[in-house]
Write a protein that binds this ligand. Structure first.
Ligand SMILES: Cc1ncc(COP(=O)(O)O)c(C=O)c1O
Length: 413
């Protein structure tokens, strides 16, 4: 990417006045890259490499199997989960860092159906993130269709909740449109019919000031590799509200969720509290990377993170409207109704994104025609937003995306 034009003074002022600006230095980011994909894979915190090197060389290499005790590897899912709890409005004994989001969703939706055997429906949104629908479809097949997955459009979803609904399963911030459900209101609507509310926080945790307990949520899952910057394939998390912990059972009753894993008993006795949702051996290296990122987040105020995210997305929308006419916004216009990523429609969205990436602006493409840009407030600056829109305007005006190279699809988009 060549040298960039000077940013207007008012943009520089926004960066100067940004209370979170210093956090960018905690990340290893190429200064020539504008990274607008932290909603898909968070950037690398500077602390992570050292923490991983220590976990590999000292804890594993020297400590060997002793490190399960001496470095408290065995307590890592609870310890790391406790650090996520603060970011999502939960108590530290309500969250575990474990497994993938998909697997955690299986455990929690399965558990919700076991808690309400007389109810036969799981309700979700048409167009929800595919893994959520696939996992629930798999559960339906496993249960011999005694429990049915009902998928309704967002507009009519609330009227579909009834006395037969065991659980309502929604993604708080939609992975494509970026639309945000009002968490407390929807949870109350589910509870009014006696249904459990399960939230997928993959596009919210680390981005928004989520308040699970304030909303009286029952269960939740979310990704560790997006706004939590845990690294590719980082462990995900799950939340079980305290009031459910004594009764609820995980359908994946692995040995790590047993009350005494090292008693090696034949009979399964679930551990107390949220620990019963552990399944197999925790991925210690992945947890070490995720913990390094969470420690870097320290006491960062999530309300300030959300406020900056709203300002970054507002700025992008306003600049794109003036510099890129004819590029429709496919996300809600009001900041309170969306998360921290934006989608725009373009018939050649895939090729436009490849041309942007070649020019150092990294976002992603979502089928069939969406350009998606994520704005992690921890490391995206107002100057990044201004430069990204200038480059986007140039790609669109020059039709740089017509180059056949930009139309060749890679396996991961
Ligand atoms: C809303 C949502 N849920 C779940 C997932 C997948 O999570 P995992 O890969 O941890 O199973 C994603 C991935 O992008 C997502 O956007």
């Amino acid at each position: 990417m060549g040298s960039r034009p000077r940013t207007p003074a008012k943009i520089d002022r926004l960066d100067r006045d940004d209370p979170l600006a210093a956090l960018r230095d905690a990340f290893n980011l190429d200064p020539h890259v504008i990274y607008l994909d932290g909603n898909s894979l968070g950037a690398l915190p500077k602390a992570t490499a050292g923490r991983l090197a220590q976990a590999v060389s000292r804890e594993w290499g020297e400590g060997l199997i002793k490190s399960w005790n001496t470095h408290d590897w065995i307590g890592a899912p609870q310890r790391v989960g406790g650090k996520i709890a603060r970011l999502i409005g939960a108590q530290s004994d309500e969250v575990l860092a474990t497994d993938s989001t998909s697997v955690n969703l299986f455990k929690l939706v399965g558990a919700a159906t076991m808690l309400a055997p007389a109810r036969r429906t799981i309700l979700s949104e048409a167009g929800n993130f595919p893994t959520d629908l696939y996992v629930m479809g798999g559960l339906e097949a496993l249960l011999g269709r005694k429990v049915k997955l009902r998928v309704a459009p967002a507009e009519s979803l609330l009227s579909e909740i009834d006395q037969d609904t065991a659980a309502v399963v929604l993604t708080h911030v939609h992975y494509a449109a970026g639309r945000r459900w009002p968490m407390a209101e929807i949870t109350a609507r589910a509870h009014a019919k006696g249904a459990m509310m399960i939230w997928d926080l993959s596009h919210s945790a680390g981005a928004l000031a989520v308040d699970l307990n304030g909303a009286a949520a029952d269960l939740a899952v979310g990704c560790g590799y997006k706004y939590l910057n845990g690294g590719p394939g980082a462990p995900a998390f799950l939340f079980v509200a305290r009031r459910h912990q004594a009764m609820i059972r995980s359908p994946l009753s692995g040995w790590m969720g047993h009350e005494a894993p090292f008693a090696f008993a034949d009979d399964y006795q679930p551990a107390a509290g949220v620990d019963r949702f552990l399944c197999g051996t925790p991925p210690i290296l992945g947890l070490a990377a995720l913990e390094a990122s969470l420690d870097m987040l320290g006491e960062v105020d999530m309300a300030a993170v959300e406020a900056k995210g709203a300002a970054l997305t507002e700025l992008f929308i306003a600049l794109a409207a003036s510099r890129c006419p004819g590029l429709p916004l496919a996300s809600p216009r009001a900041a309170k109704d969306r998360g921290l990523h934006l989608c725009f429609r373009h018939v050649d969205a895939y090729a436009v994104m490849q041309a942007l990436i070649e020019r150092g602006v990294i976002g992603d493409f979502r089928a069939p025609d969406l350009l998606r840009f994520g704005f992690s407030p921890l490391y995206v600056s107002y100057r990044d937003v201004w430069n990204a829109v200038e480059i986007l305007a140039d790609v669109l005006e020059s039709r740089a995306f017509d180059d056949p190279r930009h139309h060749r699809r890679s396996a991961v988009t």
